[in-house]
Design a protein around this ligand. Sequence first.
Ligand code: NAP
Length: 415
Amino acid sequence: MSATTNTLFDVGDLPPLGTVPARMYASVLRPERYGPPATAFRTEVVDVPEVPPGFVLVAVMAAGINYNNVWAALGSPVDVVAMRARRGAREDFHVGGSEGSGIVWKVGAGVRHVRVGDEVVLSGCRWDEDDPDVRLGLDPMLAASQQVWGYELNWGSFAQFTLVAEFQCHPKPARLRWDEAAGFLLTGATAYRQLHGWPPNTVKPGDGVLVWGGSGGLGSMAISLVNRMGGKAVAVVSSPEKASYCMSIGAAGTIDRTRFDHWGRLPVADSRENKRVADGMRAFGRAIWEILGENIAPKIVFEHPGSDTLPTSVFVCAPGGMVVICGATSGYQADVDLRYLWMRQKRLQGSHFANPAECRATTELVGAGLIGPCLGHTYSFEEIGQAHQDMHDGTQAPGNLVALVGARPGEAAGC
Ligand code: NAP
């Protein structure tokens, strides 16, 4: 049995291990504040959630910042609070945050695999373990009940305590500080599934892989993974500084996308504009050859910008290769010139986060030091809104972004 207390603790302070306060600080979004992330997020005092059977309350030490809560702050394309209200949720606010590191503080009935005091990292998706699809052995990421914690589901990691299912907890790599541990799992495991999870289109030694947004959260983890698998990552960037960062984490070469101007939806076939765009895509393809070798196309194109880049991704992908996409930063309506898809027998594959095995594999690679956590910048708790604003504006540091919650700057794990 855990104890409770009515004391409200400052961010950075915690009650004795296992004692749960009734109220806590959280960085909160509300529909009436939807808009620029810098002002949409605000620190408020909210109730600490109850812990149902199979669930775990975790004292958050640091939280990863991801693009999904840029969308949540904007209230577009989905109003997450309204979406949950339609499903019967009572809270009229959103506590975001889909990854983090922390200490298990209370366990619900039936929890068997984690204990109070365990140091954990948290994975970002949840499903009903009684879902018939899951019981039949389907990959749970394909189950109808699967949802993103801290985006579609409330009580994410931007708070002193967060509520997760037991199976979202993975052992924290001991060698990492709290902030280093908080920011690699969402982007890392998403990249792992994109690069490993869709056989036969997996990275083989020597394969070229085109990585859009190479200096971003996903891109930096993708470069690290491609390198580890013996592939050659061609990183797309938008500045010399981002190019240097990508080379420092193992890219085979970089392409500055600002040298090209053919991005976006495809124009009408047989028009002058159509020729301009086709020339732009061919020039981009030649820039890839300068890195991989004459006539060598990427076997995998690691997609997430969406509307602006998908036509080029499908064009430059190798015959029999795969464009694997998990997001749409520049817009979710995009064009495909189907001739390249069928004549060159390419695959366009959707991919979304990762199953528990993929999360664990990613955690173990980082834990063993075989790939880095690619921590770019650590913000304070009060800067959670600014962190999302920087991401929205594209002005963030290269790599993964994190905000401290319970941990002090530079604090190692160990309570
Ligand atoms: P990030 O850290 O902000 O990096 C994204 C990078 O994309 C930027 O650094 C930027 O690099 C590049 N970019 C932005 N706009 C672009 C455009 N119009 N054309 C080409 N490149 C562009 O974000 P992230 O964490 O890597 O996430 C990227 C996207 O994937 C987001 O939309 C996110 O929601 C999605 N995502 C989905 C999942 C999932 O499970 N489905 C998981 C993680 C992320 P340059 O300016 O240097 O090119």
